[in-house]
Design a protein around this ligand. Structure first.
Ligand SMILES: [Zn+2]
Ligand SMILES: [Zn+2]
Length: 252
């Protein structure tokens, strides 16, 4: 009898936690959670079978087709989503030279049109001119994940590194790398929604990986204006520890 009671209690807790998540989708507030909250929902097909990526960009800062194709590959390599749709749309907003995360949240709130539905999870990406207000003198931020399904790419800042003589043709490599990096934060890396199996969390530098060669190394999203770190011939991969974490949290 005691056992049965315990079982019913556990079942109730499960139903209540499921309901609250469904309510978030129904109330259109599922997208307002913290980074990492949706890690398992994005990685697995347990709750959402499909994924829709809405990319809004400001004039002159549209993502390239190569970057979109590379990003779609990455989603299919890491997640179990059956259908992957990516749509880009120009938005006409007052441009600024520098954007705070609060400002970016309000741009999302006013312009986002796709929200998660019963089977389809929606991701929001904002492509901006200008710079992050969190930049430091010699270290510029290329992108930031700021909600469970949202991140921003500072395309003008990214281009300023890609277009330099040092990088030449490597333009889309850096942009693809930063899009994959920010998306991987939404996948819960590192130790932010997806628990670590081995200790590779560079906690001194936020939700990043200790491996210098990993896509999730902290310098991937911060370019040093004096000594450029990014001189790669190809997009950096996730290392074995990051991959192990994703797989243990429902990923591929
Ligand atoms: Zn990062
Ligand atoms: Zn790693």
């Amino acid at each position: 009898m005691k056992k049965l009671f315990k079982y019913i209690l556990v079942l109730n807790v499960l139903i209540i936690s499921c309901q609250s998540e469904d309510d978030l989708v129904k109330n259109n507030s599922y997208h307002l959670k913290e980074v990492g909250y949706s890690a398992r929902d994005i990685l697995s097909n347990e709750k959402f079978t499909d994924i829709f990526v809405e990319i809004l960009y400001v004039k002159d800062f549209k993502p390239s087709n190569e970057v979109l194709a590379s990003f779609k590959n990455f989603i299919s390599e890491r997640t179990f989503k059956s259908n992957i749709n990516i749509e880009t749309k120009l938005i006409d907003i007052p441009l600024e030279s520098s954007y705070s995360i609060n400002k970016i949240r309000s741009i999302e709130d006013e312009n986002r049109t796709k929200f998660s539905t019963e089977n389809e999870l929606a991701i929001f990406i904002l492509y901006l001119n200008g710079a992050s207000s969190n930049n430091e003198e010699d270290s510029l931020i290329l992108g930031t994940a700021y909600r469970n399904t949202s991140f921003v790419i500072f395309k003008e800042t990214t281009d300023s590194f890609s277009d330099s003589n040092l990088f030449g043709e490597k333009n889309t490599i850096l942009e693809s790398a930063i899009v994959r990096h920010e998306f991987s934060h939404l996948l819960g890396l590192v130790n932010v929604g997806t628990p670590i199996i081995e200790n590779h969390h560079d906690s001194a530098n936020g939700a990043h990986c200790t491996s210098e060669n990993c896509l999730m190394y902290y310098k991937m999203e911060r370019m040093n204006t004096v000594v450029n770190f990014f001189d790669q011939e190809k997009i950096p991969e996730l290392d074995a520890f990051c991959l192990q974490d994703l797989r243990s949290n429902g990923g591929r």
